[in-house]
Design a protein around this ligand. Structure first.
Ligand SMILES: Cc1ncc(C[n+]2csc(CCOP(=O)(O)OP(=O)(O)O)c2C)c(N)n1
Ligand code: SF4
Length: 286
């Protein structure tokens, strides 16, 4: 049995006291322990930002690359070693702005990767500029008269791309968030978990209290069927007085690495890829 202490990192933590990132870190650690995964079985990939520091605060394999570029690195790692549990993490800017195109195409391909997006609706590391999820009218460093851009709904984008697991968590509800992350990691295929993560320093609108007054747990609604894509799209767009958390959309579809590699290649775990497999495919479809 894996102990939580196995994941303890010795790196100094640079997050502000009270930051929602601490909740994400604790929930993730709890999920990995409950899945009985050893730290060596896990690779965390991130880009740049406050959220993207999370792999430093867990003792796992880590690749910390460029802003908005966690998806290509995570994808490459998963293709090289199918047995590695690959988890990417980053902020809403990293994922939905600088990394927007990679995010969309990763979901379309459906590799077995989990993506945790710490959505604080702001650019935290660079001191509070507007991001793709910043609400209309919000005052930020780059929107001194209030944001006039319609915020992106990442969950609706994910449902539109037929992402095979789409969920939302809240950094202020550790138990539920940890369950969602556990289910996302267990799911075979691409899993998006958009996490409502209060930035106590730069986002004075979407506070813990603001969320507590609005979030509700969709997983408690027995009548809700996450396989129904049309209903999932409606739920994904729900935002205002009520904000759903839990599994919004989930279904099985072919996983990228299962479709592209021959069964014999599956024994290649922990070894470099055998080049003939992709070359053969290229020849076949050229
Ligand atoms: C290509 C590129 N553009 C811009 C930057 C500057 N930059 C670094 S972090 C960041 C924003 C981070 O915001 P977010 O991804 O939402 O994460 P947070 O810090 O809020 O967790 C920006 C714009 C950069 N490093 N690289
Ligand atoms: S600036 Fe915001 S997101 Fe960054 S560590 Fe501080 S509270 Fe967290």
């Amino acid at each position: 049995m894996v102990l939580a202490s196995a994941y303890n990192s010795t790196d100094d933590n640079a997050w502000c006291p009270g930051c929602g990132n601490f909740g994400v870190l604790r929930a993730l650690k709890q999920a990995l322990v409950s899945l009985n995964l050893e730290p060596w079985q896990v690779l965390m990939v991130s880009g740049i930002g406050q959220a993207a520091k999370i792999p430093h605060y867990l003792k796992v394999n880590c690749f910390n690359g460029l802003h908005g570029r966690s998806m290509p690195a995570a994808f490459g790692a998963k293709m090289a070693n199918h047995k590695m549990t690959v988890i990417a993490a980053g902020g809403d800017g990293d994922a939905y702005a600088e990394g927007g195109n990679h995010f969309v195409h990763a979901m379309r391909r459906n590799p077995d990767i989990t993506y945790l997006v710490h959505d604080n609706q702001i650019y935290g590391l660079t001191k509070g500029q507007a991001s793709p999820t910043t609400g209309l009218g919000t005052l930020t460093g780059t929107t001194p008269f209030g944001s006039v851009d319609i915020p992106e709904s990442p969950l609706a984008v994910a449902v539109a791309m037929d992402c095979s697991f789409v969920a939302r968590g809240f950094a202020g509800d550790l138990e539920h968030l940890s369950k969602i992350i556990g289910a996302a990691v267990k799911h075979r295929g691409f899993s998006l978990v958009d996490i409502l993560q209060p930035c106590v320093t730069f986002n004075k609108v979407n506070t813990y209290q603001w969320y507590k007054e609005r979030v509700y747990n969709l997983d408690e609604d027995a009548a809700y069927d996450p396989k129904d894509r049309t209903k999932a799209f409606t739920k994904a767009l729900e935002w205002g007085d009520r904000i759903p958390t839990g599994i919004i959309y989930k279904h099985e579809r072919p996983v990228f690495e299962d479709s592209i590699f021959k069964p014999a290649d599956k024994s290649l775990s922990r070894q470099p890829l055998n080049p003939p497999a992709p070359l053969e495919l290229l020849r076949k479809y050229a």
